[in-house]
Design a protein around this ligand. Structure first.
Ligand code: DQA
Length: 143
């Protein structure tokens, strides 16, 4: 049993890019946090970061259908990628979209989130804690 942890463009630069917005922690720290949260609940984590829309879609098409759930921070793709949106709709797995920053209190172009109607839920603005909560939401047994 596994969940997917998917990151879009520029998130390989976590810890270096705009630390005042995205914090000091790296992508490796995020992967470690999700893994250490999921493992005791009985789930492996398959992670992928890409700066390329098609790579993310290939990965989701290949491993999404077998996944228990998906955590995705699509980066800027979340604001305009209808291809990613259609892919998630097609795969139809429980999915939590995470944005580290609160996109709604930033530039207007970040206010639109085109994955909204195909994901289960969204967590924005809680920093890395958002990933921990997303993992619990997907992996904890439902009451
Ligand atoms: C982000 C927010 C996006 O607007 C931005 O393009 C990112 C990071 C976040 O995690 O806050 O790359 O997804």
């Amino acid at each position: 049993r596994y969940i997917l942890l998917v990151h879009g463009p520029n998130l390989n630069r976590l810890g270096v890019r705009k630390p005042e917005v995205y914090g000091q922690r790296t992508l490796a720290d995020v992967v470690e946090l999700v893994r250490s949260t999921a493992l005791p609940l009985g789930f492996d984590v398959m992670d992928r970061q890409s700066n390329h829309e098609g790579d993310l879609i290939d990965f989701l098409q290949q491993f999404g259908p077998g996944a228990h759930g998906i955590i995705i921070n699509p980066g800027a793709f979340g604001h305009y990628s209808y291809a990613l949106r259609d892919c998630l709709e097609d795969i139809d797995r429980p999915t939590v979209e995470v944005h580290i920053s609160n996109v709604h209190r930033r530039e207007p172009f970040r206010h639109q989130l085109v994955l909204s109607d195909v994901v289960t839920g969204q967590i924005v603005g809680l920093g890395l804690e958002g990933y921990r909560l997303a993992t619990l939401a997907l992996c904890q047994p439902k009451p």
